[in-house]
Design a protein around this ligand. Structure first.
Ligand SMILES: [Zn+2]
Length: 325
């Protein structure tokens, strides 16, 4: 079954006019339930993780500053959210969602987090709406608790996974791969194990060609036991921060290709959502919803889980045919 981390705390109240589209964390599960892509059973509520999991990635001083709300003003400005106890709890619960999603991915082949993809969080500081690096924390958890050795992080958010690159810079067991806009935040890039920079206005054809020419070969070389996929939808032409020229169909084909590849090669995958800043929330929700629709279609339709419940299967198949074809 497709298990998805979601929690009411993900939709955190922000000051009026803040540019982060926080409402997507409420609208996305609603949409998936409404259209029948998911039932309530698909969702699970993460909790607070053990701090030792967080400390496997982030420095003690930084974590203490977050927990005690003693982050200095300059560092807090870089994060871009007003810091509060509830926000820190939210970030911890998101990280736990990604950790638990890894457990489910090991069981079912795939699992997802409605939030996460906080790839601008470094070892000792946060940036650009990212405080704790959920996939890095979950990667360490997999290695320490689940005996996973080799991990590949496929970061297709339009912004470079700079925090992730820094965290695993010296670590050969986690391969960091990022395709991102050359002229996008951050302006001083880190060095991932593989970075591909795209020029402004890159459209579907060139984008997908780069991805399809790289990913299979990379998987063959790295031979990962587990893949993290960061499926940011800020590659859309409509995105306020993205600068690329992809369509919603191109974005969907990107997701399909990554998920199908993981499925066909039998490599468990955890998917965190990442960014999306199109002016119309409808566009953001539709693009993210596609990732979940594809996960259901590729991993679960016509599989044992659905055959267990004929009624549920028909419902899901019907709505998917409408929304995918
Ligand atoms: Zn982004």
């Amino acid at each position: 079954m497709l298990k998805i981390a979601a929690h009411p705390i993900f939709k955190h109240p922000l000051p009026e006019g803040h540019r982060f589209p926080m409402e997507k964390y409420e609208l996305l599960p609603k949409q998936l339930l409404h259209e029948g892509t998911c039932t309530r059973e698909n969702f699970f509520e993460p909790e607070l993780p053990k701090i030792s999991n967080v400390l496997a990635v982030h420095s003690q001083d930084y974590v203490a500053d977050l927990l005690e709300l003693t982050v200095d003003k300059r560092a807090a400005r870089k994060i871009g959210f007003p810091l509060s106890e509830e926000l820190i709890q939210r970030e911890l619960i998101i990280a736990h969602g990604t950790m638990k999603a890894c457990d489910h991915a090991l069981n079912y082949g795939i699992s997802m987090n409605i939030a996460g993809g906080t790839h601008h969080a470094y070892t000792s500081h946060g940036e650009a709406f990212c405080l704790l690096n959920d996939q890095a924390i979950a990667a360490r958890y997999l290695q320490k608790k689940k005996g996973i050795k080799k991990i590949l992080i496929v970061d297709l958010d339009v912004h470079q996974g700079n925090g992730t690159a820094e965290i695993f810079r010296e670590d050969a067991s986690v391969f960091t791969f990022s395709i991102h806009g050359k002229n996008n935040y951050s302006f001083r890039k880190e060095t991932s194990d593989l970075d591909i920079e795209l020029v402004d206005q890159t459209g579907d054809k060139d984008y997908l060609e780069v991805l399809k020419n790289t990913l299979p070969e990379l998987i063959n070389k790295v031979k990962p036991d587990f893949i993290f996929y960061l499926s940011g939808v800020d590659i859309l032409a409509t995105d306020k921060l993205g600068k690329l020229g992809c369509t919603i169909d191109g974005c969907k084909e990107r997701d399909r290709y990554v998920l199908q590849t993981c499925h066909d090669l039998n490599i468990p995958v955890e998917v965190s959502m990442g960014g999306g800043y199109s002016p119309e929330i409808k566009m953001i929700i539709e693009a993210h919803a596609n990732t979940f629709r594809l996960a259901q279609k590729i991993f679960f339709l016509n599989k044992q889980h659905y055959q267990n419940s004929l009624i549920k299967r028909i419902l899901v198949v019907d709505t998917l045919i409408i929304s995918i074809s």
